[in-house]
Design a protein around this ligand. Structure first.
Ligand SMILES: N[C@H](CCC[C@H](N)C(=O)O)C(=O)O
Length: 257
């Protein structure tokens, strides 16, 4: 069977994208998902996203990490909105379904603004912080993140018994100003550092913004720049959380699978 695959990247977090409205792609075949994400034997990506029809939303995005596991993906959701506009499924605004529930997105020039799910609060964990922004995130503040052993330390926290059995993503955050941070991320399911992580920078922005009385935080990552706007609520929860950044189509091609 010939399938046209697309590649998108959102600040260097990259995804194989499939228009699967005909539901011809086997979402149960996780070996095939992993092989397509393999950077030597496949197309290569941090994850794979299938777009399918949904009776109650413009579309549904089904996200897989490179290892075949599933979670919410913020950069992937931004790319899914851009991809769906490219396919003509949606216009400038869209409402779609992801694994963590409904999302809205607005396409503004080359930026995609994504409404994240509400966040219950920030927890203390292993001397750092933990936030679930649709996927689990450990947040550690460090001095010089560019020199930090992200893979080694990230892997240690990701597999810590405190996060068993599901594990977590791990973000290392260096403050740059009272409304700006630099974030590097070890991603669960990729099992390596990625160039950026949308749900991760959202978690970092909520923690840092709360500490500094900011509700709009600028984030630099090795893959590019994002920003997060949010509302802090009296009960410690967060809502109206918008993740903003670019989403770019890199490539398309046919593969016989
Ligand atoms: N690896 C994450 C999912 C993808 C998160 C990241 N790519 C994003 O942009 O949010 C997890 O297993 O929870």
């Amino acid at each position: 069977m010939d399938i046209t695959f697309y590649k998108y990247q959102g600040t260097g977090n990259d995804f194989v994208m499939i228009d699967d409205r005909d539901e011809s792609f086997d979402l149960q075949n996780l070996d095939q998902v992993s092989r397509l994400c393999d950077r030597r034997f496949g197309i290569g990506a941090d994850g794979l996203i299938a777009i399918r029809n949904h009776p109650d939303f413009d579309f549904e995005m089904i996200y897989f990490n490179a290892d075949g596991s599933q979670s919410m993906c913020g950069n992937g959701a931004r790319c899914a909105a851009a991809f769906s506009a490219f396919l003509g499924i949606v216009g400038q605004k869209t409402k779609f379904l992801a694994i963590d529930g409904p999302h809205e997105a607005v396409l503004v020039n080359d930026q995609v603004e994504l409404l994240m799910g509400d966040v219950k609060g920030i927890d203390a964990k292993l001397g750092d912080f933990f936030v679930n922004t649709g996927s689990p995130h450990h947040i550690r503040f460090v001095e010089k993140v560019v020199e930090y052993p992200v893979f080694e330390e990230g892997r240690t926290v990701r597999f810590d018994a405190a996060y068993s059995p599901g594990g977590t993503n791990v973000n290392f955050v260096q403050p740059l100003a009272n409304d700006e941070v630099f974030v590097r991320t070890y991603e669960r399911g990729v099992e390596d550092e990625t160039l950026s992580c949308g749900t991760g920078v959202t978690a970092a922005a909520l923690v840092y913004g709360s500490q500094n009385g900011q509700n709009h935080v600028k984030i630099s990552t090795p893959g590019g720049k994002l920003s997060v706007k949010f509302q802090s609520n009296p009960d410690g929860s967060f809502s109206k959380i918008w993740l903003i950044g670019p989403a770019v189509q890199v490539f398309s091609g046919k593969i016989t699978i």
